[in-house]
Design a protein around this ligand. Structure first.
Ligand code: F0G
Length: 350
């Protein structure tokens, strides 16, 4: 609503903060839970999209970052550091700027979307491109945080997960209960862990009658949890989830098993199809990784894992404008015309 105050002020009694915690917020959270009529018709389910691209920096990472950076400030940190496939670095850079902290980010060289790079740079982060993948970046950032006075704000930081669990609270509040199924993309596996924590807390508090089955979705070329083995050279067009050794691997398995859910892989082709379906049939522009949740739902309906009639929420984790290159280069080249009504009409097929 119009008076939304951000997560710490909305959910402070359910977060690890006290009256002494300085609140570093950009008024994140309170994102739309949008009915998805085209997807509902196609699946026979009642499908909603949790539009996390509507957060201040355009991804769900802001939920975790408001808590992680507030706690870092409370603990007297002067600098924060993270490894990132792009969104975490964008969010950390913005919240650090807000808090007056230095921000250092390590990203895999050439493998993060342009919009995310732009965000980290404009917010003044010290950005290093590492000649390695995300998993290498996280190992480096973790070592630096051990040896130097800098707070790690990756999702191995428990405050991140507490912030991110609030999306489940918002969904339960909007629907009056948890959905039957919750779909989301899985990379480092922090978010699936956080949602499961949120749904479980809401259930234990009596706010929800049920907990959802958790349906996590990895890209086929970066599917260590599905394969049961580390992927040393992860590949996928969905660069946000190009991760071969997720930090929260066992917690994701716990969420899957305790919920009677599933973690599955989808092809890049299916991710791209879902990306276009969301853009063209629902009017929702997401980044490729976010479309994995919908691609996973579609395969789960086809193979009977999700039954018709289910209430389903798909988290779409990041805004499509994060990765404008992809949208433009894969679309047909726009025509150029003279300043002429008839030429315009002809080109438009009117
Ligand atoms: N979707 C998007 C858009 C992401 O940026 C990420 C993770 C995920 C899904 C997966 O979430 O890691 O909690 O399983 N991005 C991280 C980053 C790794 O550095 O921005 P996860």
């Amino acid at each position: 609503g119009g008076n939304w105050r951000g997560l710490i002020e909305e959910f402070g009694d359910r977060l690890p903060v006290t009256a002494d915690t300085p609140v570093v917020t950009l008024r994140e959270g309170g994102t739309p839970l949008l009915p998805a009529p085209a997807l509902s018709q196609r699946t026979g389910c009642t499908v909603y999209l949790k539009i996390e691209g509507a957060n201040p920096t355009g991804s769900f990472k802001d939920r975790g970052m408001t808590v992680a950076v507030s706690k870092a400030a409370e603990e007297g940190a002067k600098a924060v550091i993270c490894a990132s496939t792009g969104n975490t670095s964008a969010s950390a850079a913005a919240y650090a700027a807000r808090a007056g902290l230095t921000c250092a980010v390590l990203v895999p060289q050439g493998k993060i979307a342009l919009g995310k790079l732009a965000q980290a740079l404009v917010h003044g982060a010290k950005l290093l491109q590492v000649d390695g993948n995300f998993d290498d970046c996280l190992a480096l950032a973790s070592k630096l945080a051990l040896d130097y006075p800098v707070a790690l704000v990756n999702s191995v930081n428990p405050y991140r997960l507490h912030g991110q669990k609030t999306a489940a609270f918002e969904i339960v509040a909007a629907l009056g209960d948890a959905p039957d199924v919750h779909c989301l993309p899985v990379g480092n596996a922090g978010n699936i862990t956080a949602y499961w924590m949120g749904y479980t807390e809401d259930h234990d508090a009596g706010n929800a009658k049920q907990r959802p089955r958790m349906l996590g979705v990895q890209a086929a070329g970066s599917a260590p949890i599905v394969n049961g083995a580390v992927v040393s050279q992860p590949q996928t067009i969905a660069t946000a989830i190009r991760i071969g050794n997720p930090a929260s691997w066992t917690k994701a398995l716990d969420a899957r098993d305790a919920s009677g859910g599933d973690i599955r892989a989808v092809s890049d082709r299916d991710i791209h199809r879902a990306y276009l379906l969301l853009a063209r049939s629902e009017g929702v522009f997401v980044e490729l990784a976010s479309a994995a949740s919908v691609a996973g739902l579609l395969t789960a309906v086809t193979d009977g894992t999700v039954a018709a009639g289910s209430t389903v929420v798909c988290t779409v984790t990041g805004h499509g404008l994060k990765d404008p290159d992809w949208a433009v280069t894969t679309a047909p080249q726009p025509q150029t015309i003279p300043v002429d009504v008839e030429a315009a009409a002809r080109s438009l097929g009117l």
